[in-house]
Design a protein. Sequence first.
Length: 137
Amino acid sequence: MRELSSLDELVELVRAEPPLYVRYSEGYDADSERNSIDTESGLELPGLSVNPLEAERWWTRPLEDWLARQLCQYRHLREENPDRYPWVLTGRTVARGPDSEPLLADVEPVARISDELLDEAQARYERNFDAGRGPEG
């Protein structure tokens, strides 16, 4: 699987091949025979839980900011389990998960996100966002 090492590479890929998603797991081989599990209910979901890499229409900031935020939202999963890593994938949306995240079936791997890219995304996220601030109405 191709490895992406910079936000510029990820931006180029997202613009060329939408819709793409990111998932933190042990990779495509580990996920190809199973669906995600909702940890609170214990229920099997009808697909793999992912985060979209294509920015929403209301997003007026640079795509790099959107991507940095999406990569950082679940970075803790890698820190909790070093066998997990972020990878880019595509597939067919079949439902929404308990956090309204897309659930994909017919998944195809596209690229792996390098630690270098994760570090770049984290630095951008910390520089450009007020992380940890609660929602406002």
